[in-house]
Design a binder for this molecule. Structure first.
Ligand SMILES: *Cc1c(COP(=O)(O)O)cnc(C)c1O
Length: 365
């Protein structure tokens, strides 16, 4: 079965093998060496001054940024399940929060966000997804961050869980950039990372919370270890995957991912399907279709392809195809071909290979 869900994504074989070695103790020179090397590579991927690696899923990293980087009031952009999660975290800690809500296919409006910041002096941190995975939507994060910083020194937290490793991200105005293991980084779930600006480190000060106190992690991780038991196996995996990405070249990964995303979108448009978000991200393609569940089922049972459906009010209404990670072009081509075959099965069109022809023309053209 081809795993084409926008997280978890398949783990490359050599990374699985690296993680299958004997467990080593986390307080040893041997592990410290691995940790320091991985941390350097991660800083290079983020393009930030500082970073921390946390043993948690992405949500834990989101929680760490809310409690450590918002001191007065949070402004949350909610255009989907993950945006909404930032607001839920803030409420769980009794942190005042203003939510700007959008339909799940609609990116945040730069002027509206800026207006919200201008009209409330208490807002000291903005939380936004780069790609909102609920609808495969790309928010104009860099533009919002740039304009927001012109108003006052507000902290910008960008959830890049489905963006870091997918596309180059300009971090000039971003203070915290979140990544997770099981999406673009092709690892098993359980590890989260946050890239931090020097300003963010300053604002964190002594930190807040206990397990997710970023100050304790920063000071430990600078010395080559973690505050609590390190997720050694996953960190070894992270080091391996970062080496692989670097070897092929980061720019190359971004270029191929963008091409695969574009080829998939155009192939599916060519067979009459509709892209759901107004501004599609390259991490995944989301299609809005009344036969979404039938298509997913046929893909799974007849063509060996596992794609994701929608969540909450989009359950049964959309399907989502992953583009994150190192994906063989013949697998991606097979996915669009299977969708065309599925449309024939449900009597929507006569199969003529259009999806594959369009995909290949764009991918190899
Ligand atoms: C998957 C995802 C998360 C949540 O990550 P978990 O690892 O499930 O906690 C947060 N934000 C985005 C954009 C995601 O895609």
């Amino acid at each position: 079965m081809l795993l084409f869900t926008p997280g978890p994504t398949p783990v490359p074989e050599h990374v699985r093998i690296a993680m299958a070695q004997k467990t080593i103790h986390h307080r040893t020179p041997e592990f410290t060496e691995i940790f320091k090397d991985t941390r350097e590579r991660l800083l290079n991927l983020f393009g930030t001054e500082e970073c921390v690696i946390l043993a948690s899923t992405g949500t834990g990293a989101m929680e760490s940024t809310v409690i450590n980087l918002c001191q007065k009031k949070a402004l949350v952009i909610n255009a989907g399940k993950f945006g909404g999660r930032f607001a839920k975290i803030a409420r769980a800690y009794n942190i005042p929060v203003t939510e700007l809500c959008y339909e799940w296919d609609t990116p945040a409006d730069v002027d509206e966000v800026i207006e919200a910041i201008k009209s409330d002096e208490d807002i000291d941190a903005l939380f936004i997804q780069i790609c909102e995975s609920a609808g495969g939507l790309r928010h104009p994060v860099e533009e919002i961050a740039k304009e927001a910083k012109k108003i006052r020194d507000i902290t910008i937290v960008a959830d890049g869980i489905t963006a870091v490793g997918v596309e180059p991200i300009d971090v000039s105005d971003i203070d915290a950039l979140i990544a997770g293991s099981q999406k673009a980084l092709m690892l098993p779930p359980g590890l989260a990372m946050v890239g931090l600006s020097a300003k963010a480190v300053e604002k964190i000060g002594n930190g807040r919370g206990y397990y997710f106190n970023l100050a304790s992690e920063i000071s430990k991780q600078r010395t080559g270890t973690t505050a609590y038991t390190a997720a050694t196996t996953l960190i070894i995996g992270l080091g391996e995957i970062l080496k692989t990405i670097e070897k092929a070249g980061l720019d190359n990964l971004y270029r191929v991912t963008a091409k695969r995303a574009e080829a998939t979108r155009e192939a599916l448009r060519a067979i009459g399907l509709k892209i759901y978000p107004k501004t599609p991200a390259n991490a995944m393609t989301a299609i809005i279709d009344e036969n979404s569940e039938d298509i997913r089922k046929i893909l799974k049972t007849e063509f060996g392809v596992n794609i994701a459906g929608g969540q909450d009010h989009l359950k049964g209404k959309i399907f989502r195809i992953n583009h994150m990670g190192l994906i063989e072009h013949y697998e991606a081509a097979w996915v669009v071909n299977s969708i065309e075959l599925a449309l024939e099965r449900i009597g929507r069109r006569v199969y003529d290979g259009t999806a594959n022809a369009v995909f290949n023309k764009i991918y190899f053209g």
